[in-house]
Design a protein around this ligand. Structure first.
Ligand SMILES: NC(=O)c1ccc[n+]([C@@H]2O[C@H](COP(=O)([O-])OP(=O)(O)OC[C@H]3O[C@@H](n4cnc5c(N)ncnc54)[C@H](OP(=O)(O)O)[C@@H]3O)[C@@H](O)[C@H]2O)c1
Length: 239
């Protein structure tokens, strides 16, 4: 089932994996709603998507802020009238022992990684229910299904919470025509460490190229109507 002509909402679309997904979708001539906090970066992604053949609009939105999510979703509904695919991708990372986290940092990690997805999904579900169709793809991490000190204790907690949310949502939405998919990637070459203030390249032997991952995501979204890739993990393979 082609995604051509579908309305695709992507959070965290200004950089990293979200940007790669947006560009991959744009090649399929979809209608894109791009969300993130940085307007300058969103403007440039919108232009790149349009150059690829997609229709794109951006919405400056902190997904951890429920009022901003409600306003963005209302504007998206007005602009595109349908909402076929929601990709909850926005995320931040942090590391360190538990006592090194400020209360604000813990709140920020849960707000973006967990509440952001919950708020976006809560706004999208009524629209999709009315359409009797839709796809919701939550980007988590292998840190959402396994634990390692190196993944970061709070980051791991945010992604495990999202895993529980995703699995329950699947059950809750059975019979509505809405597909729910949980994606659990390993390390990808992005600016996620830099955004966390860590001066370490997130590339090389341990990291995957987001362009490859974006292709996999589009493949998953283009499955026949009666097929869902409901839980998928993708990891770096080294010879
Ligand atoms: N990179 C990895 O190794 C890796 C591994 C497993 C899972 N993941 C997951 O993959 C997803 C994408 O990460 P990435 O590696 O592509 O990171 P990235 O390059 O740092 O991009 C993160 C994106 O999220 C946006 N964002 C951050 N906080 C936001 C907020 N509060 N509201 C709205 N947008 C926000 C950022 O834009 P603004 O700053 O402009 O808002 C940016 O567009 C995340 O969920 C991450 O947890 C990443």
């Amino acid at each position: 089932m082609s995604i051509e002509g579908k309305t695709v909402v992507i959070t965290g679309a200004s950089d990293g994996l979200g940007k790669s997904i947006a560009l991959e979708c744009a090649e399929k001539r979809v209608k894109l709603a791009l969300l993130a906090r940085s307007e300058e970066k969103l403007q440039s992604v919108k232009k790149e998507c349009e150059a690829q053949g997609g229709e794109a609009e951006y919405y400056v939105c902190d997904v951890g802020d429920a009022a901003q999510v409600a306003s963005a979703m209302s504007n998206i509904k007005q602009r595109f009238s349908t909402l076929d695919i929601l990709i909850n991708n926005a995320g931040i990372w942090a590391a360190g022992p538990l006592e090194s986290y400020s209360i604000e940092k813990i709140g920020a990690l849960f707000a973006t990684n967990t509440l952001g997805t919950i708020y976006m999904t809560r706004s999208a579900v009524p629209i999709m229910k009315q359409q009797q169709s839709g796809q919701i793809l939550n980007v988590m991490s292998i840190a959402g299904v396994e634990t390692k000190d190196a993944y970061g204790i709070i980051y791991t907690a945010t992604k495990h919470a999202l895993h529980g949310f995703t699995e329950t949502l699947k059950e809750e939405l059975q019979g509505t025509g809405i597909k729910v998919m949980g994606f659990y990637p390993g390390g990808m070459a992005t600016n996620i460490l830099k955004a966390a203030g860590i001066d370490m390249p997130n590339s090389g032997d341990q990291s995957m190229d987001t362009k490859d991952i974006a292709k996999i995501i589009v493949f998953v979204l283009e499955q026949p109507e009666d097929v869902v890739v409901d839980h998928f993990e993708v990891r770096k393979f080294t010879k």
